[in-house]
Design a protein around this ligand. Structure first.
Ligand code: NAP
Length: 530
């Protein structure tokens, strides 16, 4: 099994469940830990007074505890402190959330597109009005630097704005008939209730990229955020309610992932599963969806090559590779996982890249100037260490970093490792951490072969000043996204998604709507009768 899920799959939902049936878990406000630092307490208090700190699930518009009273802790990865105890839900709560979504679907899908659009737009406005608080929440539970977290809020909200507009553009078709007394129409209708399962690395954007188009089309949703980062999802859901998105149209359950996943898969009322996460879990969900023949969209793991040709502008290549590799501490599905450098520029690139990387400031995401936060948890650091040991034992050389950061916790030094080859784990699987492996190549043909030599096919990057090469290589790369002389390419207006084992379907852009629409053909006969 891939380590994409940082080893949590088997124990998900159980490890951090607290004692159940205790009166204190019935309280609906945030439970502050006694160990919480003064600094974190002040951020948490600000968040609480904004009304965005929610710890219960959302079912049918009601904030709800787990039925058996169980909770799970949400930790700050930078400090290990407990931020909150949230409801730890399972099968029963999920079934009720599905029923609520099913009921709400009847009215939400009947609203005019203009009315749905208005409420989505209001949700966008509220998300942006609370950009700072939401950013703080993301930094608290996920660890990315505050500036980057605020950027995620803008990016996440942009999907709601974009799909508020697209809601009004769901056109059907009229087909010229083959018989004179017939008229043929094509209608596009919402799929129905959608189960949306999302990861921890973008606690807001991975949700809005699914829920925006789903609601725009007239679908209703049951969201299952990661147990590691549920607070952002709950805050976003609170703002959806405030925006007038009706009770039951957006539900949130979190806790025991396999139980929640099984309930979503088993229900015939859920007509679609949309998942972002590891390839291993994606495959399980795809198999499980077969039982009720649900539609499935999957945004899975990547193994992005970043190809630097001899003719690249060195500064552009350094800046682009830096962004593609070290954003979110290397914990994105589109992070450069292998840096392929042509032999003529290899030494110059390695030298300049090392100088740039050693300037990256590591620390708590709330600290000024920090550009690299902690990894999400201990399992993630263990994975990085295993991959590094494997590479070094097979002849790779550490140019920079290569160990845990002196800050302790789950901080890891920004790392560059050279002489990596295709036999090493670093080349075969996503490292999901701040490690840039350098691989050397001679020809364009060899680079394309190395880049495509993987089951993944999400993002790829090339750096070159040769226009013909840009086209040739972009066409030859077996990837869903290609960045040319640019390391950050995601935007709400362009289609995002992978090929091969990186997934099915596209999110964002006008194509993102198709994932939530069914096509219905209507044949009108007997037209010649008066
Ligand atoms: P993960 O372990 O697969 O978890 C993703 C989600 O699935 C979480 O909500 C998790 O819940 C849930 N889950 C786990 N086991 C489940 C089960 N048996 N049934 C139903 N749900 C289950 O992945 P992750 O570690 O959170 O995220 C990292 C992975 O996501 C990487 O591989 C990355 O490349 C990929 N990713 C892909 C994209 C993309 O757009 N292609 C974007 C971002 C991330 P719990 O967390 O509560 O256990």
């Amino acid at each position: 099994m891939s380590l994409g899920g940082v080893g949590r799959i088997a124990i998900c939902g159980y490890r951090r469940i607290l004692a159940s049936h205790l009166p204190h878990v019935q309280r609906i406000t945030l439970q502050f830990s006694r160990q919480m630092s003064t600094e974190m307490q002040s951020v948490a208090s600000r968040l609480q007074s904004s009304g965005l700190l929610r710890t219960q699930g959302l079912i049918g518009g009601k904030w709800t505890n787990a039925y058996d009273g169980k909770t799970l802790e949400v930790n700050n990865p930078a400090t290990g402190e407990i931020i909150a105890e949230v409801a730890c839900m399972g099968r029963k709560e999920t079934n009720d959330a599905i029923s609520s979504a099913f009921d709400a679907y009847k009215s939400w899908s009947k609203l005019t597109a203009a009315e749905r659009s208005k409420r989505l737009r209001k949700w966008y406005d509220l998300l942006m009005a609370h950009q700072e608080e939401l950013g703080q929440l993301i930094t608290l539970e996920q660890g990315k630097p505050l500036k980057e977290a605020m950027g995620e809020v803008g990016y996440g909200a942009s999907f709601i704005e974009f799909f508020a507009e697209e809601a009004k553009r769901v056109y059907g078709d009229i087909i010229p008939p083959t018989l004179p007394d017939r008229r043929l129409f094509v209608l596009k209708q919402p799929v129905g209730v959608v189960g949306a399962i999302t990861p921890w690395n973008f606690p807001l954007a991975m949700i809005t990229r699914k829920v925006g188009p789903a609601l725009a089309c007239g679908c209703t949703v049951v969201i299952k955020p990661s147990e590691l980062t549920p607070l952002t999802a709950l805050a976003a859901a609170e703002l959806a309610l405030q925006a007038g998105i009706p009770p039951g149209a957006v539900n949130v359950v979190m806790g025991n992932a396999p139980d929640i996943g099984d309930a979503l898969l088993a229900s015939p009322q859920v007509r679609k599963i949309t998942f972002t996460g590891s390839t291993a879990v994606g495959k399980k969900l795809m198999a499980g969806a077969a039982g009720t023949v649900k539609r499935v969209s999957l945004e899975l793991g990547g193994n992005a090559p970043c190809i630097v040709f001899d003719d690249a502008d060195l500064d552009v290549a350094i800046k682009g590779t830096l962004a593609a590799k070290f954003r979110n501490s290397g914990q994105t599905c589109v992070c450069a996982n292998r840096v392929l450098v042509q032999e003529g520029i290899y030494d110059k690139f390695a030298d300049a890249f090392s100088k740039a990387v050693q300037n990256l400031k590591v620390g708590d995401g709330f600290r000024e100037g920090v550009v690299q936060g902690p990894l999400i948890n201990e399992a993630a650091v263990n994975k990085v260490e295993t991959f590094l040991q494997d590479a070094v034992s097979k002849g790779a050389k550490v140019l920079l970093g290569g160990k845990r950061h002196s800050l302790g916790m789950t901080f890891y030094e920004p790392t560059i490792i050279s002489d990596v080859n295709s036999e090493m784990l670093l080349s075969r699987e996503e490292v999901f951490g701040p490690v840039a492996p350098l691989l050397r190549f001679k020809t364009e043909e060899e680079a394309i072969h190395m880049a495509n030599d993987t089951n993944a096919g999400l993002a790829a990057y090339i750096f070159t000043n040769n226009v013909q090469r840009t086209w040739r290589v972009s066409e030859a790369l077996e990837y869903g996204l290609v960045g040319v002389n640019e390391g950050i390419i995601s935007t709400e207006v362009a289609p995002f998604g992978g090929i091969k084992q990186s997934g099915l379907g596209r999110e964002g852009s006008k194509y993102g709507m198709d994932e939530y629409l069914e096509i219905k053909y209507v044949c009108l006969g007997d037209m010649n009768r008066n």
